[in-house]
Write a protein that binds this ligand. Structure first.
Ligand code: TTP
Ligand code: MG
Ligand code: MG
Length: 414
C-alpha cells in the first residue's frame, strides 16, 4: 500500500473560487414576522410586540419566534421561553404567527431579487444572497444598487430590510446584521478592518455559544484579536474549525452563491505515485473504486445509464471511456461488467498507472420526492459544469443502444 497517495474522492466537487473579485450581497428582512403584523396594526408601532403563542400569558407555553426592536430593548429575543420574555416585559403585545402571510411577503421579495437576473440563493424565509458582480463595477455602485433594492421592496411590500455587501458570503451576511434594522453596510476587501475591529466574536455566523465562551475564557472576545493570528496559530487555538474562522476573518471564505444542485454524477478515483502494481492488483483497486461508487448509487437511490472510466499513465496521458446503455439500471453485475470491459484493455500498459477512476453519469433518481428537491433548486439561478458534461454525454449516447464515447472533458473526474 505504500505507493498510494491520498485518495481523491471526487464526489461532488464544488469548484469554489477563493479569489476576492466578486461583489456579494446579503439581504435579511428586519424583525420579519413582527414587522408584517405591525403593518396590519400600525398602532403597535414603537411598542414592544412579540410573535409567539397567543395564549402564552395564561399558559406560559412556547418560545418567542421573533419580536420587534422595542421588545428587544427589554432583552427579549427569538427562541426565548415566553415565560421569561413576559417577565422582562409584561406589557408586550403577543401575536400568534400567520405563516402563509409571511410566505407571501417572502415570495414577493424573492421575486424582486430574482428579477435582477443575477445568481441568487434564497437562504431562508427572510434571507437571500445575490452575486451582483455583473451589476456593479465597484462597491460604490453596489451600495447604490442596495439602495434601489430597498426602495423596490419598500414600494411593493412596505417592509424594511437590511443589506450587507462584501467579497465573501460571510462578510455580506455579517454586513446585513451590522446596522440592523433598515441598514446598508458595505465592506470592500480593503476595508475589512472596519467590520472586524471591536466586533464581538459571537457575530461570526455559525460560531457556537460554547466556542465563543471557550474563546472568551482564553481572553478572545473580538474578531480583531483572532484576525491578527496566523493560520497555524488559530488552528492551534481552535482545532479543526480554526480553518473556518481564519477564512472568514481573512475574507477568504466562500464566494460562490451557487448551491449544490441535485447530483448529476457519481465518480471516484485514486491517484498513485508510481504504480499500483500488476494488472491483477490494478483491477483489485478498480473493483474497490467501483464498489464505493456503486454503494453511493444505491444509497442515494439512483439508476444510471452511462458508465465512465478513466486512467492516467505516467507521463500524464489520460484516457477516458464511457459507455451508455439503453435503459437506466442499478444492477450491480450489469454495471460492473460494463466498467470492467471499458478499463481492462488499458490496465496492461507498460508506462505505469498514475490514476484510476470510475463513475456513473446520466443519473435518474428513484426517490418520489425528487421533484420537491428540483423545485427547491429552481429557486436559484443555477448553472454548473456538470450540465455541460451531461449535455455532452446525452448528445453522444441518446437513442443508441450501446456506444463507446471518448469524453474529452470529464472535468468532475479529477
Ligand atoms: P431572523 O432573520 O433571524 O430574525 P428577524 O427577521 O425576526 O429579526 P432581524 O431583524 O434580527 O432579522 O428570522 C426571520 C424570521 O424567522 C423571524 O421573523 C421569525 C422566524 N424565526 C423563528 O420562527 N424562530 C427562530 O428561532 C428564529 C431565529 C426566527
Ligand atoms: Mg430577519
Ligand atoms: Mg434571517
Amino acid at each position: 500500500m505504500s505507493n498510494f497517495s491520498s485518495t481523491d474522492y471526487n464526489i461532488e466537487i464544488e469548484n469554489e473560487e477563493k479569489s476576492n473579485n466578486k461583489i456579494l450581497l446579503h439581504l435579511d428582512i428586519d424583525y420579519f414576522f413582527a414587522q408584517v403584523e405591525i403593518l396590519k396594526q400600525p398602532e403597535l408601532k414603537g411598542k414592544p410586540v412579540i410573535i409567539g403563542h397567543e395564549r402564552a400569558r395564561e399558559n406560559k407555553r412556547g418560545v418567542v419566534l421573533t419580536c420587534n426592536y422595542p421588545a428587544r430593548e427589554f432583552g427579549i429575543h427569538s427562541g426565548q421561553p415566553m415565560r421569561d420574555a413576559l417577565m422582562k416585559c409584561p406589557d408586550a403585545t403577543i401575536i400568534g404567527s400567520n405563516y402563509s402571510e409571511y410566505r407571501e411577503y417572502s415570495n414577493t421579495i424573492m421575486k424582486i431579487l430574482r428579477e435582477f437576473n443575477t445568481p441568487m440563493r434564497k437562504a431562508s424565509i427572510d434571507e437571500a444572497y445575490l452575486d451582483i458582480t455583473s451589476l456593479a463595477k465597484n462597491y460604490e455602485e453596489a451600495e447604490n444598487l442596495a439602495i434601489k433594492i430597498k426602495e423596490d421592496i419598500m414600494e411593493k411590500t412596505q417592509l424594511t430590510v437590511s443589506i450587507g455587501i462584501g467579497p465573501t458570503l460571510k462578510i455580506a451576511k455579517m454586513g446585513s446584521d451590522y446596522k440592523k434594522p433598515d441598514g446598508i453596510s458595505v465592506f470592500a476587501p480593503d476595508n475589512l478592518d472596519s467590520l472586524f475591529d471591536g466586533l464581538a466574536l459571537k457575530k461570526i455566523p455559525g460560531i457556537g455559544k460554547k466556542t465563543a465562551e471557550r474563546l472568551s475564557q482564553m481572553g478572545y472576545v473580538t474578531c480583531d484579536q483572532l484576525r491578527v493570528m496566523k493560520y497555524e496559530e488559530i488552528v492551534r487555538v481552535l482545532g479543526k474549525s480554526g480553518k473556518y474562522y481564519y477564512e472568514v476573518l481573512q475574507g477568504k471564505s466562500t464566494n460562490s452563491i451557487l448551491p449544490r444542485g441535485p447530483r448529476k454524477s457519481i465518480s471516484n478515483s485514486k491517484t498513485f505515485h508510481g504504480s499500483p502494481g500488476d494488472v491483477n492488483r490494478s483491477l483489485e483497486i478498480f473493483d474497490k473504486l467501483f464498489e464505493e461508487s456503486y454503494t453511493i448509487l444505491l444509497n442515494e437511490k439512483f439508476k444510471t445509464k452511462t458508465i465512465g472510466v478513466r486512467i492516467r499513465y505516467n507521463g500524464f496521458e489520460t484516457i477516458t471511456r464511457a459507455v451508455s446503455i439503453a435503459h437506466y439500471v442499478d444492477d450491480k453485475d450489469v454495471l460492473y461488467d460494463k466498467a470492467k470491459e471499458l478499463i481492462l484493455p488499458y490496465l496492461s500498459d507498460r508506462r505505469g498507472i498514475r490514476l484510476l477512476g470510475v463513475g456513473f453519469y446520466n443519473l435518474k433518481s428513484l426517490e418520489k420526492d425528487q421533484l420537491k428537491l428540483e423545485d427547491f433548486y429552481q429557486e436559484s439561478d443555477y448553472v454548473n459544469s456538470y450540465e455541460l458534461l451531461d449535455e455532452f454525454i446525452s448528445e453522444k449516447s441518446d437513442n443508441k443502444k450501446t456506444e463507446v464515447v471518448k469524453m474529452k472533458d470529464l472535468s468532475d473526474f479529477d
